[in-house]
Design a protein around this ligand. Structure first.
Ligand code: UD1
Ligand code: CA
Length: 464
């Protein structure tokens, strides 16, 4: 069978986005636009994938470092035709079919791409392109047909007459053509149009002129061929994709209490019988286990959570790991590098950072645990602070197994508390404590009977 090569166009600036970020780098459900296209392209197992970059080339290249794709730099963005032509050298010996995708059309489905390649081959076409019906569309090129339905040409909206603009069939910007025809046709494309650009759709006119066979495939669901040109379109597509992702997880046995306020990124994974409350954001590469409960207003990024974890109301977690059965929140903040063992409890107003907590350890109220390893079955009292920073450096500390840290204690890092240590309430510790010891500060407790009344009497006169 004939080989397929893929070219993804991703060099444009995206002027209509009004952004310092290249358009194809704008995230859609947590992933840059062009990575959605690339993920779908890879599923076709093509012989080669070339990505044409230009505007913000370095940023785009760095967004995908784990695979063999060919990067083609289009120094000046002179139009979509010019962009494809800049990939010519990457397909020197290639005689198979080339599928051209747009980095700003992220929802295009694998099934549609297979269908267009099949149709192209069945019809022995020299050029096949995807079309869609869009009412009152703006921005898309229009498809011109003869009375018998045969293709008469395509025209960009900017170059179209009023009558042509009323045509509902649009060019989706996805093409298949054998490499030799494609590149030879592109050499003939000029830039005599409203934008002064070399238009890829002009290859349609060249194919017609040469009497070549042209085929078209119309998508059923026009949402999949929508391009992103503006922030408004990005927001609409975010909604479309979010609905699709949420439906997928509900189909897979996840309860979403309020799908309309549940934001799940494309690469997130969630286990069966997990229940997710409103206003929950699951971002990046977050993985949630089975039978978990997330009460609501949670913001979890790149975080791995085991089975049967309860995330109570209003919790933020970033780049953290949580083992089976843990209970977190309400109002807790797990910063990067937090790792909680089985059945760990983290309560309200507790912040952790680069902190490892062993099985069954609890920090239930108002604590800061930064750069510290805590063993198992320990209890961190309310108001405990691990003072990890002296204004110059950060230091790591260690707290053993079965340690009881009394409320309102400060542990000045670097410090090590052995197993079975008891720290009395309101203790400041600067030195290591050996296993099994009690640690406390010598401080006299004084009481002055009758002091309050005396004070009030004294102050009465001074009050105006
Ligand atoms: C293009 C088509 C239009 C079609 C629409 C479908 C052209 C001239 N027009 O319009 O017929 O209806 O797509 O979505 O092709 N790019 C480059 N280098 C360039 C210019 C663009 O790599 O020099 C890339 C862009 O980054 C983008 C893609 O090509 O990913 C399409 O370019 P864009 O400017 O968005 O074209 P549209 O105006 O949407
Ligand atoms: Ca576009």
């Amino acid at each position: 069978m004939n080989e397929v090569g893929i070219i993804i166009l991703a060099a444009g600036q995206g002027k209509r986005m009004k952004s310092g970020l290249p358009k194809v780098m704008h995230p859609l459900c947590g992933k840059p636009l062009f990575l959605h296209v690339l993920t779908t392209a890879k599923r076709l197992n093509p012989a080669k994938i070339a990505i044409v970059i230009g505007h913000g080339a370095e940023a785009v290249r760095q967004a995908y470092t784990n695979g063999n794709v060919t990067w083609v730099v289009q120094e000046q963005q002179l139009g979509t035709g010019h962009a494809v032509l800049s990939a010519k050298n990457s397909f020197k010996e290639f005689v198979g079919d080339i599928l051209i995708l747009s980095g700003d059309v992220p929802l295009i489905a694998e099934t549609t791409l297979n269908a267009i390649i099949d149709l192209h081959r069945k019809q022995k076409a020299s050029l096949t392109f995807l079309t869609a019906s869009l009412e009152g569309s703006s921005g898309y090129g229009r498809v011109l047909r003869h009375a018998d339905g045969a293709i008469a040409g395509v025209v960009e909206e900017r170059d179209a007459t009023d009558t042509q603009r009323r045509i509902e069939e649009v060019n989706a910007g996805i093409y298949v053509a054998p490499a030799p025809f494609l590149f030879s046709a592109l050499e003939k494309v000029d830039n005599h149009n409203e934008q002064g650009e070399y238009y890829l759709p002009d290859t349609v006119a060249i194919a017609l002129k040469q009497g070549k066979q042209i085929a078209t495939l119309k998508v059923d669901d026009s949402r999949e061929m929508m391009g992103i040109n503006t922030r408004e379109e990005l927001a609409q597509m975010e909604k479309t994709l979010q609905e699709r992702i949420n439906r997928k997880w509900m189909d897979n046995g996840v309860t979403l209490k309020d799908p309309s306020t549940t934001y799940i990124d494309d690469d997130v994974v969630i286990g069966e019988d997990t229940v997710i409350g409103p206003n929950t954001h699951l971002r990046g590469n977050t993985v949630i286990g089975k039978r978990c409960q997330i009460d609501g207003s949670a913001y979890l990024t790149d975080t791995q959570i085991g089975d049967e974890v309860h995330v109570k109301f209003s919790v933020v977690m970033t780049s953290s790991r949580v083992a089976v059965g843990a209970i977190i929140g309400p109002f807790a903040h797990l910063r990067p590098g937090s790792s909680l063992g089985t059945n760990v409890h983290i309560g309200n107003f507790v912040e952790t950072k680069e902190a490892t907590l062993g099985e069954n350890t609890k920090a239930n109220h108002l604590a800061y645990l930064g750069d510290v390893t805590v063993g198992r079955d320990s209890n961190i009292g309310a108001g405990t602070i691990v003072c990890n920073y002296d204004g110059f450096h950060k230091y790591r500390s260690k707290i053993g197994d079965r340690v009881q840290v009394g409320s309102d204690s400060t542990l000045v890092a670097p410090i090590s508390l052995g197993d079975d240590v008891y720290v009395a309430t309101a203790t400041t510790l600067r030195h290591d404590v050996p296993a099994g010891s009690l640690a406390f500060n010598e401080r006299q407790e004084r009481v002055r009977p009758g002091w309050t009344e005396q004070k009030r009497e004294k102050m009465k006169g001074s009050k105006k």
